[in-house]
Design a protein around this ligand. Structure first.
Ligand code: RUB
Length: 404
């Protein structure tokens, strides 16, 4: 039988034996509890969590714990998470504990279909399967408040300016100031105009994050209204919401996965759940695009972790599942584009909200500046050099500078 391996960082409290602490991590969510119990039968033992190694790391230790395949209910992400994560974070004898990574097995990944489209599928829709350039995306700003007509107008400007992807912000769903039933057709009408004029397909990720019993209904409504992409927030809706949307046979649209609230779990280097574990699960669940962070933006990041996270999404050998397009977003502007591509590569979606709509000459110029920055990087030219005869990029660099 196979074993799922959980890799954990932990730091025991003073006076707590580090080997005991690793054992506690292995036992808490498997067959053990805080004391000996009389109810354990010998036949249960094959489900014991097994400590495979413990090595010192910084102020604590890293341990690898094996969980027998049979402890998992095949295909149940909520149950998988309870086993590998569950109660650990509250154990009083541990000062800190962080789930760093999960290595799944054939048996535990077999029930999942993974992304419907993956990077290649999305490149084909957008028409970048030959050029292989990074995609440029935008988040409609302000986050909330625009009415459907103005949302559509901003979308048109962004699309005609050159973006490949437009998305709702995480707090925009179906409020009365901008109902989905009015917003979505209005935006799609503008994207159709752009298609007619330029031949380019621009995706619009409509946010279908909703109460659990309404998510599928919301997605189906979006399809009826002409959606060409869906978006869901995996922390607030649950990872399984991604799977439900990706696996529903009536939904054949790419799925953009946002991660609002993730940093409550992922940010602390000693405690919580690293983004890596979520990357693996979102790939299994079927997200086609997932936010993982930027090098140059406004959100805190650790470059080594970010690179590993993107690798987890794009590694060609992951149980036969398609890859996931990583999304770099949060405080991105044209001046950061060269550095993002240099570090993160070309299979990346560079997404800017303020960095497009805050352009001195408006959204269209902001979108064009982002595309020019990508073109500069693709041609191996510096942003400053390229800006000499590209006015939109020049204005963006003047406002926000270049990320060195
Ligand atoms: C970005 C924004 C997104 C962040 C989330 O807007 O609002 O929600 O991308 O961060 P702006 P992450 O471009 O104006 O900063 O992608 O790291 O989850």
């Amino acid at each position: 039988m196979g074993e799922v391996i959980g890799t954990y960082y932990y730091r025991p409290k003073a006076g707590v034996d580090f080997k005991w602490a690793a054992q506690a991590i292995a036992e808490e969510q498997t067959t053990g509890t805080w004391t000996d119990i009389s109810t354990t039968q010998e036949y249960v033992r094959y489900l014991d969590g097994r400590v495979h190694e413990v090595v010192p790391y910084n102020d604590g230790y890293i341990t690898k714990v094996g969980f027998a395949d049979d402890i998992f209910e095949p295909g149940s992400i909520p149950q998988y998470l309870s086993v590998v994560s569950g109660n650990l974070y509250g154990l009083s004898k541990l000062a800190k504990v962080r789930l760093l990574d999960l290595d799944f097995t054939e048996a535990t990944t077999a029930p999942f279909k993974g992304p419907q489209f993956g990077i290649e599928g999305i490149r084909k829709i957008v028409g970048t399967d030959k050029s292989r350039r990074p995609h440029v995306g935008t988040i409609i700003k302000p986050k909330v408040g625009l009415n459907p007509k103005d949302t559509a107008q901003v979308s048109y400007e962004a699309a005609i300016g050159g973006v490949d992807l437009i998305k709702d912000d995480e707090t925009l769903t179906d409020q009365k100031f901008c109902p989905m039933a009015d917003r979505l057709p209005a935006v799609m009408e503008q994207l159709d105009r752009v298609k007619d004029d330029t031949g380019r397909t621009v995706l619009y990720a409509i946010n279908v994050s909703a109460p659990g019993d309404k998510i599928l209904e919301r997605a189906e409504e979006a399809i009826d209204l002409g959606a060409n992409m869906l978006m869901v927030d995996f922390v607030v809706c649950g990872i399984d919401a991604v799977r439900v949307l990706a696996e529903d046979s009536s939904i054949q649209l790419p799925l953009h996965v946002h991660r609002t609230m993730h940093a409550a779990m992922t940010r602390e280097p000693e405690h919580g759940v690293a983004m890596r574990a979520f990357c693996r699960l979102i790939r299994m669940a079927g997200g086609d695009q997932l936010h993982t962070g930027t090098i140059s933006g406004k959100m805190d990041h650790d470059t080594a972790e970010l690179l590993g996270d993107n690798k987890a999404l794009t590694d060609p050998n992951y149980f036969g599942l398609k890859d996931v397009f990583p999304v770099a977003s949060g405080g991105l502007a044209p001046g950061g584009v060269a550095r993002e591509i240099e570090v993160l590569g070309k299979d990346i979606i560079l997404q800017a909200g303020g960095g497009i709509h805050g352009h001195p000459n408006g959204t269209r110029a902001g979108a064009t500046a982002m595309r020019q920055a990508v073109d500069a990087a693709m041609q191996g030219t510096t942003l400053e050099e390229y800006a000499k005869d590209h006015a939109e990029l020049a204005a963006a660099l003047e406002k926000w500078g270049t990320f060195a």
